[in-house]
Design a protein around this ligand. Sequence first.
Ligand code: SAM
Ligand code: CA
Length: 252
Amino acid sequence: MTMTETPMAEQQQQNELNGHKDLNHKSLLQSDALYQYVLETSVYPREHESLKELREMTQNHPRNIMATPPDEGQLIMMLVKLINAKNTMEIGVYTGYSLLSTALALPHDGKILAMDVNREYYELGLPIIQKAGVAHKIDFREGPALSLLDELLKDKNNMGKYDFVFVDADKNNYLNYHKRVIELVRIGGLIGYDNTLWFGSVAQPPHAPMMDFVKNSRGYVMELNKHLASDERIEICQIPVGDGITLCRRII
Ligand code: SAM
Ligand code: CA
């Protein structure tokens, strides 16, 4: 079972296992109260009104566990601005919280090549993205990201073209994405792999009780984490925000 197929009851149960009864509490912090403090003190007061609208719309969607949490959206916006990103890519859009965060942080002529197998998810958030005045920055492609990346790799002009890539799709393909994305991001550019702590399961024994979708992808995430730590083409930083994001800066 993939995350996109996870029934609500299982999601709820998983969140309770993680100590988060509310589906929208997605954090690895020591308590819900501390996470709430972060949100209320530093995140919600600075959240763009369109991001708030998109987040609240997504809360009513049955797969809302997939959405990027707002504190992570804030981090993405900071990163995009810090590296002066202009050409970006996103693999795994869902309703578009990280996409809109990136789009808002980019300059007016910035671009995002956004990929998802499911256009319907993207179209749920699209009216809000349009209202925010940033839809012109987005080139959405529907389909499996691996084939789309292979197409990009056929054109030499795409090598090193991207300043920032956010990977947040099927975890079993992350290593395959890495093999391709590393060629497409520029030296000095950044790749963010999302969910690299995978509900905390990466530090649990293999036979610990966990939901099927967690168990099924745990090995892939652990393999990715090991691989990234030994890849000499990048510098890395594992950040325990959301479900864990590993930042990779290409150096060669
Ligand atoms: N970044 C999103 C956000 O901010 O809300 C969340 C993305 S969600 C965790 C994962 C997305 O990956 C889903 O929308 C799913 O349709 C998409 N996906 C799954 N497998 C894919 C694939 N092989 N290629 C492209 N997209 C895929
Ligand atoms: Ca994610």
